[in-house]
Design a binder for this molecule. Sequence first.
Ligand SMILES: *Cc1c(COP(=O)(O)O)cnc(C)c1O
Length: 344
Amino acid sequence: MQKKIVDLRSDTVTLPGREMREAMSRAEVGDDVYGEDPSVNRLESKAAALMGKEAAVFVPSGIMGNLMAVLTHTSKGEAVILDPDSHIYYYEAGGSSLIGGVQLWPVANLHTPEGLENLKKELRPDDIHFAPAKLLCLENTHNRKGGTVLKPDEQDAFYKLAQEKGLALHLDGARIFNAAQALGCPVTDLTRSCDSVMFCLSKGLGAPVGSLLAGTSTFIETARRYRRLLGGGMRQIGILAAAGLLALKQIPLLAEDHRRALKLAKGLSEIPALEILPFPPPTNIVIINTEGLGMTSVDFISRLEPYGVKAVSFGEYIVRMVTHLDIDDDDIERALKAVKNICP
Ligand SMILES: *Cc1c(COP(=O)(O)O)cnc(C)c1O
């Protein structure tokens, strides 16, 4: 029998199990473009309540949710301030610029302790030379920064500044439940300091597809029009909402992903040539620097392949490994053994 692949590329690779497929097959459905899908309506109410917001809208992907937020908060020619390593800036194919006509304005190291001061220095006066900044985006947890977490008081400070400067704040909370889990705080401590928040059901929570965007009722009303414009209005989508409702029950299991990421990072850190950044990993993402090994990330990853272990490249010498619902303790042991075998 072929050994199971230990797929640590992303927490998006989880496969829906029998319970989820059964919930999908039983789902009550209707035409969601007419607002008539009871499962979607249930999921949207539940998501709004979880986020502490008035309303929420179900979207096919996190990227569409983020794009709808940018479109709703801004007009063409305005500027959106974000971290150059943020998902919206780095991984969303420039959609905000192409479709929203906004200028993406990166502020380096936005999510570090100096981030707020960096931002204060970078903010420009209201002047004809500059695209007027209207939106600040934060990411919690921060993917490219190794699943790092912004604390409630840090987010509050950003929100206070944003409000003083007339900026709306959108939170890319693709992994917001990982952040709340790591901090041991209610998720609403992290969502109180934003005007809108997007979170994913298809990452650590194991749904096959789907994200939610939450905010005020008027914000969500406009966002729905943009979902339609982008072709994201779907019909008997309760089949997917049923998977999403079940995914929300998996939130407590994120603690297991974090425990396993720590176990993985500890094992890797015993190999002197490897550097784990940050160590310990705060959530479910482990970032490995392979430069000390004299091996590029691509080389490192291709040498792991024959052992049935998968990871992704995050830079010339940077490898990312992510724990998730389909990774157990034995898989962590196998991954560690494989890495030890390829390290001279
Ligand atoms: C995955 C992710 C998204 C959205 O991705 P989709 O694949 O479109 O669901 C947005 N932000 C962050 C930080 C992510 O990791």
